[in-house]
Design a protein around this ligand. Structure first.
Ligand SMILES: [Zn+2]
Length: 80
């Protein structure tokens, strides 16, 4: 089974630790902000990582695939 790890910045991040991924780049107006233009990846325990656009896009794709795999493991009774 594929390991759900994703490289953001220089950190191998387990997908299950991600709470959400920002859809828009960070902007706070602070001149010395190191995260401006980067995409916040929110983790548990009030931690965040900062991804560039390419990392963000790949990360969202990885999450979608991973979530899809998890859903695919058992029968789903939907009412579509
Ligand atoms: Zn900022």
């Amino acid at each position: 089974m594929e390991s759900p790890l994703f490289l953001v910045d220089d950190k191998h991040l387990p997908l299950y630790r991600i709470v959400w991924v920002s859809d828009t780049p960070h902007f706070c107006g602070e001149e010395d902000c190191m995260c401006e233009g980067r995409y916040e990846v929110r983790l548990e325990a009030d931690e965040s990582l900062w991804a560039n656009r390419e990392e963000r896009d790949c990360l969202v794709t990885a999450l979608q695939q991973w979530c899809g795999d998890v859903e695919g493991e058992g029968p789903i009774e939907g009412d579509l």
